[in-house]
Design a protein around this ligand. Structure first.
Ligand code: HGY
Ligand code: MN
Ligand code: MN
Length: 417
């Protein structure tokens, strides 16, 4: 079912079938047996997805360029070719057991928006650019949002190139290997506005019965390591009282972090990675590395959570006679979005007759770093069951089309003057 934007000197209409078939075609690249998607940044699957996007952007009449972080831009000229562009997009990379909508909906809805403009032979005043950001997830090359972070001045390109995956390969090597090492002069230097459509990845829209989320900002994130050092020993003859078991100590940290979420309402704490050394059935673990992921809506709450994490680690070190070294390696502060972009989103959703809800994003998004430099905002559509970063991630075709129509409406408003 194609939804139309309000008649406002444009007749651009999202083609829902075309958007959906693009989503399903892209989902085949890196498809997992369980029906999810594994398309790690700068992997061969990522390259194939990029190649397909470039082909589609060119077919849509866009001028395509790639920057030195591998970010892909598809530009549709406006009447005033010298005007600063309105940019819209997201990311194609996924987590290892990812879904078919996280990131990719934002890229393909932006593509569909320029396709709809081309179909209607619609000329905006400003140029419109579709962007696909490299390595939003940060699971292969930490931290997250690395490439948009370089373009928006948070990281240096050398920091990005030096990031290593668990096999020791660097971002720079892999970018060159897949053939997407572009030019620094191709980076996004300015944006009149940036709009990103994304699945909510949480339950709020569904619980509140709202069709579209007007995203007011991105919550704060802190990523770190907690390195626990005990003493490896024989699992048999070593008396329990003599043990300095790094995994028992690490487990106490994991459970204490969960307790922190109850102690500090609004904080979410997650340990996603746990590396045990020597990881042998008959050896008391001598060392454990835990990843820590803290999220909070305000900088104060995030700081409190970080401080409490350190206190938990110190207490476990003392009680379990182990060493614990906790250190943060990345922090993304809570970031509000621009009111003018949010009102363009709200106007577009209202004119389409969709119910809306204002909320903050609990996940990180490239829009956060873009918002540090340019007027930015986001649009959410519901995630079924609030589930994401899971192969069963699902957003209905109607919700995808609704989101894309709001994106088109907002972009047309922002590119009109
Ligand atoms: O970690 C995040 O919130 C995002 O999915 N990269
Ligand atoms: Mn995402
Ligand atoms: Mn994600």
């Amino acid at each position: 079912m194609a939804l139309s934007t309000r008649r406002m000197a444009t007749t651009a209409v999202i083609n829902g079938e075309r958007l959906w078939s693009a989503l399903m075609a892209m989902a085949e690249i890196g498809r997992t047996p369980a029906g999810g998607v594994r398309r790690l940044a700068l992997s061969d699957e990522d390259r194939r997805a990029r190649d397909l996007l470039v082909e589609w952007l060119r077919e849509a009449g866009c001028a395509v360029r790639v920057d030195d972080l591998g970010n892909i831009y598809g530009r549709r000229d406006g009447d005033d070719a010298g005007a600063t562009a309105v940019v819209c997009g997201s990311h194609l990379d996924t987590v290892p057991t990812g879904g078919r909508f996280d990131g990719v909906l934002g890229v393909l809805a932006a593509l569909e928006a320029v396709r709809a403009m081309r179909d209607a032979d619609l000329r905006t005043h400003r140029p419109v650019e579709v962007v696909c950001w490299t390595n939003e997830e940060g699971v292969r090359f930490a931290p997250a949002m690395l490439a948009s972070g370089v373009v928006c001045g948070r990281f240096t390109v050398d920091e990005a190139y030096a990031a290593r995956d668990q096999d020791g390969r660097t971002f720079g090597e892999e970018l060159r290997r897949i053939g997407y090492l572009g030019k620094p002069e191709h980076r996004m230097r300015s944006a009149a506005a940036y709009v990103e459509l994304h699945v909510e990845q949480g339950p709020t829209l569904e619980e509140e019965g709202a069709q579209v989320g007007i995203v007011e900002g991105v919550e704060g994130i802190s990523w770190g390591w907690a390195d626990v050092t005990g003493r490896a020993a024989h699992a048999g003859p070593t008396p329990v009282g003599d043990r300095r078991d790094a995994l028992v100590a690490a487990s106490r940290i994991v459970l204490a972090l969960r307790a922190l979420c109850a102690e500090l309402p609004g904080v979410r704490a997650t340990v996603g990675r746990c590396e045990v050394v020597p990881n042998a059935i008959n050896v008391i673990p001598g060392a454990v590395r835990l990843s820590t992921d803290l999220r909070a809506r305000t900088a104060d709450l995030l700081a409190t959570a970080s401080r409490r994490l350190e206190e938990v680690c110190a207490a476990v070190a003392r009680d379990d006679r182990v060493e614990v070294r906790a250190r943060e390696f990345w922090q993304s502060p809570p970031t509000p979005f621009h009111p003018a972009v949010l009102s363009a989103v709200a106007d577009a959703a209202r004119d389409l007759g969709h119910t809306t809800l204002r909320l903050w994003a609990g996940a990180g998004h490239d829009a956060k770093y873009v918002a540090d430099r340019h007027p930015a905002g986001m649009i959410f559509v519901p995630s079924s069951g609030g589930l994401s970063h899971n192969e069963a991630e699902w957003t209905s075709k109607d919700d995808c089309v609704r989101g894309a129509s709001v994106l088109l409406g907002a972009v047309l408003r922002l590119a009109a003057a």
